[in-house]
Every structure is written in structure tokens, then in C-alpha cells.
Design a protein around this ligand. Structure first.
Ligand SMILES: Cc1ncc(COP(=O)(O)O)c(C=O)c1O
Length: 315
């Protein structure tokens, strides 16, 4: 395709054009699904809320006894470099960490180096009318906790439960699927976190429901608490959708996106509500604040060697 940008990828220390980047057929990420990933939105060439993404990755890596050899600053720098080299200001960044080479069997050998992969892609962007009209979602018959068999807080490279829940939603003509927790309560969606408004209070399922601790969910809860908007983490059931004045999903790539139907039932009369609109505006502001604080930090870091040099000269 003439004029198409060359996208670059990082694999274990090497940056190459993405279509030339390779990992071994013996990688445990491929053979056993033995790995983790993070999907991060980059804006103006900078990964958003990167501290939170790195913290989740590091925590999950520790839990799985996976080596994460790069610190947050080095990983962030690498992401920025890939975005710049690929000519992408706005990008979907995927960071994948696996347990490296498969030697047969399941035993964990901590001395083996992990595989670290980073890819960047343009944000395809949702049609803007979805933010104005909202989306319909369907409750899946798949119970996430039972299907994944492992701590849902880990963003593991095995997404089978979510893939099949999404396939169910597709068959019903729904945008995403709601996965249920162990008690049949709403847990999360196939690739996003769930929020709703009941009696003017913004509610989201608690982490104990077996959900991924979404970064966008965390950012929204921080905004809600700071703005003193009544909110809480409570169990919600599909049978309670009639009580919901509004509902929305959220993820790092899409931010908050309104839900106007669950299993064919209208939420908020099928219209996008005022709480969503306000939160969307506050979330966009939070993204801008994050970008400028990251810019401040990186210009301070850029100045740091110069200051150190001056001090060195003075001595
Ligand atoms: C199952 C699941 N829940 C929630 C989310 C939202 O997480 P985040 O806000 O960190 O993107 C995702 C995103 O991929 C997901 O796959």
C-alpha cells in the first residue's frame, strides 16, 4: 500500500518493521498461553496513565513469577520511541510479556529470559455516533471466574472466555458481552469495565467479582471521588437493569462509552444520560492533565543530565 506508514515493533531488544518482527514458535506465550499483556493508549506520542499500566503489569508479573526486567521509565521511553519511529501520535500500544522459551513440560525455570514484545498501531477510532447514541450489549452465558480458572486480576494472554462471550454477543447483534461473576452478578464486559447509575449514584462491580482491575475504571473512580459525585463498588445483577438510570462501559482505548440497551432492555429510555456526558468530559480533561504532567516529568528528566553536567563542571 503506497503511502502507508511503516509501523515498528520491539522484540527482545530489537526494533524492526512490525511485519519483520518475529518470536520463536517455541515461545511459552504461544505454546502455553503463559504470558501477560497490557493495552495502552498513546496520545501525542505518550502512553496514557502509564504509571498505572506499569503497576498492573508488574504486580501480575510478580504473581505469575514472570521476570519483568525493564523499569517503568525504560519501558515508557521505548513506547515513545516506537510511536515516534512509526509516525503515530495517537496509537494503540500492546505490551506482551511471556515466560520465554518452551523447553517441554510446564515447569517454571526462573533463569530463562522472558520475551518482551511491544507493538503500536493506529487507533481505528469508533464512529462518533456511538458516543452519542450508545451501544447495546448482551449478557453472556459464560461465567468468567469459572472459565478462566485463575485470578481474573491478571491480564493473561489467554482470553478464551472473553473471545467466546464476544462471539455470543456478535450472534445477538450486540456490541459487547457482559460476563457474570460467581454469584451470577455482573462482572465486566469482554474487553471493558462496567458502570451504571442507580438513584443518582455511579456504581461499578467490586474487584472481588473477579474482574480485571481496569485502568480506566480506576481513573474514573478517582475522578468521581475527587469531584464528590456519589459512587460505590457494589454487586449488581442482570435482573436489576430496570433500576439503572444510565450505564456505560470503559477501556483504555475507548474511554467511557454509553450503553443504552442490555439484552434488548432500554437503559435510561434508550438515551445517553447526563452523568455519562459529565464523566466523559471529566475523563477527557484527566487525559489532558496526564499528558501535560507526563510532559513536565519528561522535560524535567531531559534537563536532569544537563543539570548534572553543570554540577560536575562546577566541582
Ligand atoms: C476483560 C477486560 N476488562 C476490562 C478492561 C478495561 O481495562 P483498561 O481500562 O485497563 O483498558 C479490559 C481491557 O482490555 C478487558 O479486557
Amino acid at each position: 500500500m503506497r503511502g502507508a506508514k511503516t509501523l515498528y515493533a520491539y522484540v527482545n531488544g530489537k526494533i524492526t518493521p512490525a511485519d519483520k518482527a518475529v518470536v520463536s514458535v517455541f515461545d511459552r506465550g504461544l505454546v502455553l498461553g503463559d504470558g501477560l499483556f497490557e493495552t495502552v493508549r498513546a496520545w501525542n506520542g505518550r502512553p496514557q496513565f502509564f504509571g498505572l499500566h506499569y503497576a498492573r503489569l508488574a504486580k501480575s508479573a510478580k504473581r505469575l513469577r514472570l521476570r519483568l526486567d525493564m523499569d517503568a521509565a525504560a519501558l515508557e521511553k521505548l513506547v515513545k520511541r516506537l510511536c515516534a519511529k512509526s509516525g503515530l501520535a495517537d496509537a494503540v500500544v500492546r505490551i506482551t510479556l511471556t515466560r520465554g522459551r518452551y523447553l517441554g513440560g510446564l515447569a517454571i525455570d526462573p533463569s530463562l529470559p522472558p520475551t518482551l514484545i511491544i507493538t503500536v498501531a493506529p487507533v481505528s477510532g469508533l464512529p462518533p455516533e456511538l458516543y452519542q447514541r450508545g451501544v447495546k450489549v448482551a449478557v453472556s452465558s459464560i461465567n468468567k471466574a469459572a472459565a478462566s480458572g485463575l485470578d481474573s486480576a491478571i491480564k493473561s494472554t489467554n482470553y478464551l472466555a472473553n473471545i467466546f462471550a464476544k462471539a455470543e454477543a456478535d450472534r445477538k447483534g450486540a456490541y459487547e458481552a457482559i460476563l457474570l461473576g460467581p454469584q451470577g452478578e455482573i462482572a465486566e464486559l469482554s474487553t471493558s469495565s462496567f458502570f451504571c447509575v442507580v438513584k443518582d449514584k455511579v456504581l461499578t462491580p467490586p474487584i472481588e467479582t473477579g474482574i480485571l482491575p481496569g485502568i480506566t475504571r480506576q481513573v474514573l473512580l478517582r475522578i468521581l471521588r475527587r469531584e464528590k459525585i456519589p459512587c460505590g463498588e457494589v454487586a449488581l445483577f442482570p435482573g436489576e437493569t430496570d433500576m439503572m438510570e444510565e450505564a456505560f462501559l470503559c477501556s483504555s482505548i475507548r474511554g467511557p462509552l454509553p450503553i443504552t440497551r442490555i439484552d434488548g432492555r432500554k437503559i435510561g429510555g434508550g438515551k445517553v444520560g447526563p452523568v455519562f456526558r459529565k464523566l466523559r468530559m471529566l475523563y477527557d480533561r484527566e487525559c489532558e492533565a496526564d499528558a501535560s504532567s507526563a510532559a513536565d516529568a519528561s522535560s524535567a528528566a531531559d534537563e536532569a543530565p544537563a543539570r548534572a553536567r553543570t554540577q560536575g563542571l562546577q566541582r
